[in-house]
Design a protein around this ligand. Structure first.
Ligand code: FE2
Ligand code: FE2
Length: 282
């Protein structure tokens, strides 16, 4: 008998894969975020992580597919896999265009993630890989929430880039509890989940900083000013990532569930951009 947490995922949240394509090749050759090198590099650095990262998420959830008894959770897993596969495709396209424009081989950008994933496949057990996925899905969910809650984060960005990030953030919100619910359904422990989050937070931060340094290697102005201004952009009074600490720490609570942060109202306000959809307010 599997313990189901689906009752804590709101009934009216549908996971709808939207097969979107974005016309961004030319834009990526520029500092598309209001001409600002730091802001552009911050988003670009995260994009670099997604194709390999999202394939890892898909694989780690699929490894447990046969053990999921709840048909509703099975259906939500299918939605999750479909959404992440399309994200993967669009960010691959994004990254290829970006690296071509910046003259940096994509293989070089992805080398660190590749090494970590090889390690994970060789030395970690499936439940440990799933646990890492649960932690990363929470990080993406709270950043997605910040995208909508703190619109200053994408203010001044090229409209097509803004649309891409909104689309991704919307779908990350829709499927934010899937990996978590699978982890619980197959008996994943609180201890493992918390430990993974502590390790993953450090890893994720190091990956983003490394990618940003590579992307900004030809920056000609003062680096101190660039990073100081950038930290204010992220964590300052109107920072793009302000307010993330509490939802981040909530993950460490014993009875945490991703939909404890019920942001359906917030997300529904941007859904009209994407032809309506799934996260309907009650
Ligand atoms: Fe995604
Ligand atoms: Fe995701």
């Amino acid at each position: 008998m599997q313990h189901s947490l689906l009752s804590r995922t709101p009934q009216n949240v549908e996971i709808v894969p939207r097969n979107r394509q974005f016309n961004i090749e030319e834009v990526l050759a520029t500092n598309w975020h209001g001409g600002d090198a730091f802001k552009t590099a911050f988003f670009d650095a995260m994009s670099i992580l997604f194709p390999l990262g999202e394939q890892f998420f898909i694989d780690s959830v699929k490894e447990f597919r046969d053990q999921i008894e709840d048909p509703e959770l099975q259906r939500r897993v299918r939605g999750f896999v479909a959404q992440e596969a399309i994200h993967r495709r669009e960010h691959q396209h994004y990254n290829e265009a970006l690296c071509k424009a910046r003259g940096i081989p994509l293989k070089k950008m992805e080398a660190r993630v590749e090494r970590k994933q090889e390690f994970a496949h060789r030395y970690l057990r499936p439940i440990q890989r799933l646990s890492a996925t649960v932690a990363l899905e929470h990080l993406t969910a709270i950043m997605a929430d910040a995208t909508f809650r703190n619109p200053e984060g994408l203010e001044g960005a090229h409209p097509e880039m803004k649309a891409l990030w909104h689309w991704h953030a919307l779908e990350e919100t829709e499927h934010k509890s899937v990996a978590f619910d699978v982890f619980v359904a197959v008996g994943g422990s609180h201890f493992r989940r918390r430990l993974s989050m502590a390790l993953i937070t450090l890893e994720f931060t190091l990956h983003v900083i490394r990618n940003m340094r590579l992307l900004l290697r030809d920056y000609e102005g003062s680096r101190v000013k660039l990073w100081w201004g950038g930290l204010k952009f992220l964590f300052g009074e109107k920072g793009a990532l302000r307010g993330l600490m509490r939802p981040y720490l909530d993950f460490y609570k014993r009875d945490f569930h991703p939909w404890d942060h019920d942001n359906r109202d917030l997300v529904s306000s941007v859904m009209s951009e994407f032809g309506g959809g799934a996260v309907n307010p009650v």
